[in-house]
Design a protein around this ligand. Sequence first.
Ligand code: BG6
Length: 468
Amino acid sequence: MSTEVEKNIYMFPKDFWWGSASSATQMEGFSGADGKGKNIWDYWYETEPNRFYQGIGPDNTSLFYTNFIDDIQLMKETGHNSFRFSISWSRMFPKGRGEINPKAIDFYNTVINTLLENEIEPFVNLYHFDMPMAMQEEGGWESRSVVDAYVEYASTCFENFGDRVMKWFTHNEPIVPVECGYLYGHHYPAFCDFGKAVQVGFHSVLASAKAIKAYHDKELGGKIGIILNVTPSYPRSNHPADLDAAEKADLLFNRSFLDPSVKGTFPEKLIDMLRVENFIPKYLTEDLDIIRENTVDLLGINYYQPRRVKAKENIPNPNAPFMPERYFDNYDMPGKKVNPYRGWEIYEKGVYDILKNIQENYGNIECFISESGMGVEAEERFKDESGMIQDDYRITFYEDHLKWIHKALNEGANVKGYHVWTFMDNWSWLNSYKNRYGLVEVDLNRNFKRTIKKSGKWYKELSENNGF
Ligand code: BG6
């Protein structure tokens, strides 16, 4: 056995994608500059700043817009061979459609070119929770006209950047706007309305399929996919009522996007559930053809923590507004491992279960782990005398997940890479800068100064050795 193999027990295939993910609103900053229009986050911060942790909004997040040249050097120093960012729809089209902002084209062109010069492959996502305000005023994803505007935006991106970008994604975690914006009232427009949520979900699926069609029609030679937060639903026990509860959660929160994106159809059981409750969305017959004929080439999987469920213990009030929780209760499993700095469960085997599910039930489509990460509150407490954050907990977190990915690979899963969330500490929706995830620290008190964390150094070794 060679020393290299002895040293690196977990070796990954040649050309494995090592990198990280990010999104425009969370790291660009300069939200009111250079012709960018408002999106729902800019608007919400302007009108209700107290919703945001410590009153910090999306206007000046991490300053990638001006710092990207140096940041890309740091990506090299942290071992990136690929990097996912999103294009800001409202930077490209300040009003959501129509007039294009030339400064946005320049900015994204320069980012893409700089990444390529540094041998970092750009993975570009089109929609990461950032509806342009003008489009929200038209109804956001509830409205069919917004689907058409999104396709115009997507096509413009393909035309301008598709000669160099070979990996595209239509949405990041489209279930999140459905849940947070329309079911649980956390994100703008903060509705709690199951009917609206189903319509938003359907239009997001349709928009994705139409963008995939537009991309394939242009024959640009790359691949297009979607990024889904696939959250395994584990039942409390093997009792049929618990199994049924877990299946319903899986249908609502995973298969609602996974099946149409990969197979081109919605699960029959999901349709039955919605029909019984009279929640079938408005659609045209041709929409179903578009969805069936335009499935993804590639699947990104975000995984943070599983969902644990049990059968409902109390009979739900039939007069209460309909919510998914009519079908199941969340289950707080005793003894589960928890990230003490963020409160989320850590269950590394979840990533293996997802990959096996994709292998066995979704044609083993080409996929990669597109987000995996450990959020930490008040992370500056882990700084050593030199000022470097000693985030050994994060290194352990990554290694433990990679071991399960490695096992899935050995068993034939078609998994091509591992992207962490995230490259540098960034702003996160209502939590602002509360939970830090970066391989690189961003110090808000020192003009957003960047310092590589211990995990950033470790990530470079990981990528150089192609294993650990
Ligand atoms: C992911 C999202 O689900 O979770 C990211 O794609 C987000 O946009 C990340 O930042 C972490 O969330 P939080 O709330 O812990 O900061």
